[in-house]
Design a protein around this ligand. Structure first.
Ligand code: ADP
Ligand code: MG
Ligand code: ZN
Length: 439
């Protein structure tokens, strides 16, 4: 057995690599000869691609991740594996911070992974520490997770990610691995440019996930949408047999989260709301109840989910339209991380479309006014939204629409969407919807 295989088993507890690609990436990162760019779907196991090399490396791996909550999950997880990881962030108690800094200042630090947000990278308080580990050659690897946040073409742009280019230029000789789940071509180019990746080894997995069944239901055509949602959830969770797995319903507003959770519970499926209007304590309870299986369904705004790592999500339903096809792909992709058959359903309504369309255009106009620009770039949110609408309103394979949006070939759907399963039903629904709208 090689050191890599042994580490995979004994330190991470995995029998084998998830996929050929995961293994290839791990080996390329360990080699450390070139920068590495990884684009693999949610659930493919990207974290391991830098965590395993970090364990084997001499020195520290610096991990950049966009959210403190996400960082905390990962650090907790690594701690349970007895892998020394911590994070320096604004929420850290002073004493813990002091301990971490002391370790980093010591001759041979014990820490293997140091997680920080991009804000922290640029903060003056962190510079002495960073300079000290760099100048002593202790930095083994720079890992940038959720790297699409660096691109203004992406659906989740964070200006602080742009500071990483400057960081990179201060770390000559330290290899960089950039990881993301969602990167159309132009986002990939932005990432390579912004992070100054030098002819990176690129691992791009197709976005197609054949265990996800996509369909679109026109909500306004339903006699009772709540009963419809309930039936869907029940079936996805395993029908009358002992309930297995869990589900997520995404809503746009706090009110609809409350409403839908209440209705589902009344119809017999335990559901809890999750949104920014709840007290922090209630939000944590909702999440914990769902994570630990006491509640089958969480009804949430999109603030829920980034970094939520639950393997047995059997369905993701969107009660309202998503703001872009890229975000829809990411949100619905939280289903079926264990590879088992799972369901992704959009409850579409032209009313939602018109509302969102209005809001997105207003936001774009506001930005243009502020910057006084008319750049092509400003239109990105509108184009992404139009792709989302086309996904719902056009006849055609849903998987193909997603794949082509990300620049992939048309996949072999083989009945894993409503259109390929039965195009007549989709066509009939569209006709009824158009009759309704012209009435
Ligand atoms: P991503 O960041 O690509 O969305 P994660 O790194 O969060 O994915 O991993 C998703 C899940 O897959 C996690 O629960 C992780 O523990 C699991 N996983 C990763 N690698 C393996 C493996 N080789 N064997 C089994 N499970 C794995
Ligand atoms: Mg990840
Ligand atoms: Zn299809």
């Amino acid at each position: 057995m090689t050191a890599v295989e042994r580490t995979l088993k004994t330190r991470f507890g995995f029998e084998k690599f998830r996929s050929r690609q995961q293994e290839d990436v791990v080996r390329a990162v360990i080699k450390g000869e070139r920068d590495v760019f990884v684009c693999m779907p949610t659930g493919a196991g990207k974290s391991l691609c830098y965590q395993l090399p970090a364990v084997l490396a001499t020195g520290i791996t610096l991990v950049i991740s966009p959210l403190i909550a996400l960082i905390q999950d990962q650090v907790e997880h690594l701690k349970t594996l007895n892998i020394l990881a911590s994070s320096i962030n604004s929420k850290l108690p002073l004493e813990e911070r002091r301990q971490i800094l002391a370790d980093l200042e010591s001759e041979s630090p014990r820490l293997k992974l140091l997680y920080i947000t991009p804000e922290m990278v640029a903060s003056p308080s962190f510079q002495p520490c960073l300079n000290s580990i760099c100048s002593r050659g202790l930095l083994a690897l720079l890992a940038v997770d959720e790297a699409h946040c660096v691109s203004q073409w992406g659906h989740d742009f964070r200006p602080d990610y742009l500071k990483l280019g400057e960081l990179r230029s201060r770390l000559p000789g330290v290899p960089c691995v950039a990881l993301t789940a969602t990167a159309p071509k132009r986002v990939q180019e932005d990432i390579a440019h912004a992070l100054r990746l030098k002819s990176p080894l690129t691992f791009v997995l197709p976005v197609f996930r054949k265990n996800l069944k996509y369909d679109v239901i026109f909500r306004d055509l339903l006699p009772d949408p709540y009963i419809h949602l309930h039936a869907f959830a029940k079936e996805a969770l395993g029908g009358s047999t002992a309930e297995k797995g869990c589900g997520i319903v995404y809503c746009r507003t706090r009110e609809s989260c409350e409403d839908v959770a209440h209705r589902l519970t009344k119809l017999g499926i335990m559901a809890k709301p999750y949104h920014a209007g709840l007290k922090a304590g209630d939000r944590t309870t909702s999440q914990a109840d769902w994570m630990e299986g006491r509640v089958a369904v969480i009804v949430a705004t999109i603030s829920f989910g980034m970094g939520v790592d639950k393997a047995d999500v059997r369905f993701v339903a969107h009660w309202n339209l998503a703001k872009s096809l890229a975000s829809y792909y990411q949100e619905s992709g939280r289903a079926g991380r264990d590879g088992l058959p799972s369901f992704c359903r959009m409850y579409y309504s032209p009313k939602d479309r018109d509302q969102l369309n209005f809001l997105i255009r207003k936001e774009v106009a506001r930005k243009q006014e502020k910057r006084g620009s008319q750049k092509e770039l400003d239109k990105a949110p509108i184009l992404d939204f139009e792709a989302m609408v086309a996904f719902c309103e056009k006849e055609g394979c849903r998987h193909a629409t997603i794949s082509q949006f990300f620049g992939d070939q048309k996949p072999n759907c083989d009945g894993a969407c409503d259109f390929c399963h039965n195009p007549k039903v989709v066509r009939a629904q569209l006709e009824r919807a158009s009759a309704l709208s012209t009435r």
